[in-house]
Design a protein around this ligand. Structure first.
Ligand code: AMP
Ligand code: MG
Length: 493
C-alpha cells in the first residue's frame, strides 16, 4: 500500500554531500497506523493530507514504503554529550527521507525518527516508543505556536510492534519536518577527523541553505559563525522567556538553522527556578533552566573550533583570535535578545535606561515566593488593568511584589502610554497555556496505557493557541496539583 500523490522531492543533501551519510532503508513495520496527522503542516508542505491519511500514508510515515523520489539516508555526526566527546554518532534510529520546497519557497527536510537500526545505531535498537513520540509532537507544536523556531511534527504512527523499554511499550515513529538537520555535531564529525575539505563543503552547503547572503562575503566562514551565534542567542532567549528547559543540550542537538531540535527530557518550568532540572540523568544540573545560555555559548565554542581551519587557513592564531572575539560577544547578544523579550513580556516600550534593573528586580521579587512563571505575566497585565488580586495571590507574601508593582506601573505609563493598550500588548506575547508537565503526562499515559488519544488531541488543540484564553480550559492554565510532586523526565526514548 503506497500513497497516490507524487511528492516533489528535491534532495540537496543526498546530491551535494556524498560521504556525509549512508543510503539506508527503514524497517518494515508490521501494522503501521497513523495516530495523528498534522493536516495544516501537510498543506503548507504542498502535500495532499487526504491521501496521506491512509494506510499508504501510515506505511510512508513508518518508513516502510517510501514514495518515488525519496532517497532515504542516515546522516553521520559526532557530538559532545554532557561535555564528553563522542566521535561517532549519527542517525541511529532516524532517516532523512528527502527534502521538499514548501508553499513559501522554503526547503524542508522530511525525517523519520524510530524507523529502525542503521549503521550508526551502536547498541541501540533503532526504535522509538509512543510516549516520547507524542511528547516530541506536543512540545514541537507548542513551541511553534509560541513563535519559537523549532522542528515540527508532521505525523505520529504506531508500528504495531511492542518495544522493550521500561516494560513493553507501543513502537512508534515520528515524522518530523525541519529546515535542515545540520547540527553542530555534523561539523564536529569532520573536524575531529581532520577532513578539512569536507568541512569546507559542509560549511558552504550550510551557507547556501541557510545563510545565502554570506555567499559573497569576504570571510564567509567567520560570517557563518557570527550568524549561528546570533540565531542561537535569539533562540535560547526565547526559551528562557517561556520557561522552557531543553534538557539535553548536547552539541548534536544544536542546529545550524537555529531551530529547537530533539525534544527528549524537556519540560516547562512551573515556578521560576534557575536551577530547575527535569532530566533524570542530568545529575549535575548541566542543562538546568538557568544554565542554558552558558551552555549555548559552550556549544558554540565547540562549533567555532571546527571552523578554525577555514576562517584563516594561513594563520591559525588569527583564526583563533577572530573566532574568540565572536564567542565572547555571545553573552551581550544573548542579553539583548533576552531583555527585548522581557520588555515585551512586561509591556515596556521605548528605553528607560534602567529597564534591565526593573526586570532583574522582578526576578528578585520572585525569589522564595513560589511564583508560577507563566501565570505571573498574565496577572501583571490584569494588574495593569486595575485588577491586582490575582497577582498578589501568586506570591506567598503580597508584600514581596507591592513596591515592584508600583515602580513598574509608573514605568509603564511613561510617555502617556495607556495601560489598557500595554496590557493588551502583553497578552499577545505571554501565553495562558504552556505544555504543563502534569497535562503532558496525563495525555501520554492515556495514549500509551489505554490507547485513549482524547487527552493528547485536546492538549494539542489547547497548545496551538497559547495566547487566547478559552472557556472550559481553566485546568490547562493551572500549575500542577501538589500531589504531582517533582517532575522527572527520561531519555528512555
Ligand atoms: P539523542 O540523545 O536522542 O539526541 O541521541 C543521541 C544518539 O543516540 C544519536 O546518535 C541517536 O541516533 C542515538 N540513539 C538514541 N536512541 C537510539 C536507539 N533507540 N537506537 C539507536 N540509536 C539511538
Ligand atoms: Mg539527538
Amino acid at each position: 500500500m503506497t500513497i497516490r500523490q507524487t511528492i516533489g522531492f528535491n534532495n540537496s543533501y543526498a546530491a551535494e554531500l556524498e560521504g556525509f551519510y549512508v543510503p539506508w532503508q527503514g524497517d518494515k513495520a508490521p501494522d503501521p497506523v497513523i495516530v495523528h496527522l498534522n493536516t495544516p503542516l501537510a498543506i503548507e508542505l504542498g502535500l495532499d493530507p487526504v491521501d496521506l491519511d491512509s494506510a499508504g500514508g501510515a506505511a510512508f510515515f513508518a518508513g516502510s514504503e517510501l514514495p518515488n523520489g525519496a532517497e532515504p539516508l542516515a546522516q553521520v555526526y559526532a557530538g559532545h554529550q554532557f561535555g564528553g566527546f563522542s566521535q561517532q554518532l549519527g542517525d541511529g534510529r532516524a532517516l532523512l527521507v528527502g527534502e521538499l520546497v514548501d508553499q513559501n519557497g522554503d526547503r524542508r527536510d522530511i525525517h523519520l525518527k524510530g524507523s529502525g537500526r542503521t549503521p550508526f545505531s551502536r547498541g541501540g535498537d533503532g526504535k522509538a516508543v509512543l510516549g516520547p513520540v507524542l511528547r516530541e509532537y506536543l512540545m514541537g507544536e507548542a513551541m511553534h505556536a509560541l513563535g519559537i523556531p523549532t522542528t515540527r511534527a508532521l505525523a505520529a504512527v504506531t508500528t504495531g510492534e511492542q518495544i522493550m523499554r521500561d516494560g513493553l511499550q507501543p513502537g512508534a515513529v515520528l515524522a518530523r519536518v525541519a529546515s535542515s538537520h545540520l547540527r553542530v555535531g555534523t561539523f564536529q564529525f569532520f573536524a575531529a577527523r581532520g577532513e578539512i575539505e569536507k568541512l569546507r563543503k559542509l560549511a558552504d552547503y550550510a551557507i547556501r541553505r541557510h545563510y545565502k547572503d554570506l555567499e559573497n562575503d569576504e570571510n564567509r566562514f567567520l560570517g557563518l559563525l557570527k550568524k549561528i551565534i546570533d540565531r542561537q542567542a535569539a533562540l535560547v532567549a526565547k526559551w528562557m522567556g517561556v520557561g522552557f528547559v531543553h534538557g539535553v543540550m548536547n552539541t548534536d542537538n544544536m542546529t545550524i538553522s537555529g531551530e529547537t531540535i530533539d525534544y527528549g527530557p524537556c519540560a516547562f518550568i512551573d515556578n521560576y527556578d534557575p536551577g530547575a532540572v527535569f532530566s533524570s540523568i542530568d545529575e549535575q544540573g548541566r542543562y538546568s533552566y538557568g544554565n542554558q545560555p552558558a551552555i549555548a555559548q559552550w556549544n558554540l565554542s565547540r562549533f567555532a573550533e571546527t571552523l578554525l581551519p577555514l576562517i584563516d587557513p594561513d594563520d591559525s592564531d588569527n583564526s583563533i583570535r577572530l573566532a574568540t572575539d565572536e564567542i565572547n560577544a555571545f553573552p551581550a547578544a544573548y542579553q539583548q535578545y533576552w531583555l527585548n523579550g522581557m520588555k515585551a513580556k512586561l509591556g515596556l516600550v521605548g528605553d528607560a535606561g534602567a529597564d534591565i534593573e526593573l526586570v532583574n528586580a522582578l526576578y528578585s521579587a520572585m525569589e522564595g515566593q513560589n511564583v508560577d512563571f507563566t501565570q505571573l505575566f498574565r496577572r501583571l497585565a490584569d494588574a495593569a488593568r486595575g485588577h491586582d488580586d490575582g497577582l498578589f495571590a501568586l506570591f506567598n507574601e503580597s508584600s514581596a511584589i507591592e513596591a515592584w508593582l508600583s515602580n513598574w506601573l509608573a514605568r509603564l505609563k511613561r510617555d502617556g502610554q495607556v495601560l489598557e493598550d500595554r496590557a493588551e500588548a502583553m497578552d499577545k506575547v505571554n501565553p495562558v497555556y504552556i505544555a504543563r508537565n502534569h497535562k503532558v503526562e496525563e495525555a501520554l499515559q492515556a495514549a500509551t496505557v489505554q490507547a485513549d488519544f482524547g487527552p493528547f488531541e485536546k492538549l494539542l488543540v489547547v497548545l496551538k493557541k497559547p495566547f487566547e484564553r478559552r472557556d472550559g480550559l481553566r485546568d490547562f492554565e493551572e500549575a500542577a496539583p501538589a500531589e504531582f510532586g517533582r517532575y522527572k523526565t527520561y531519555c528512555g526514548t
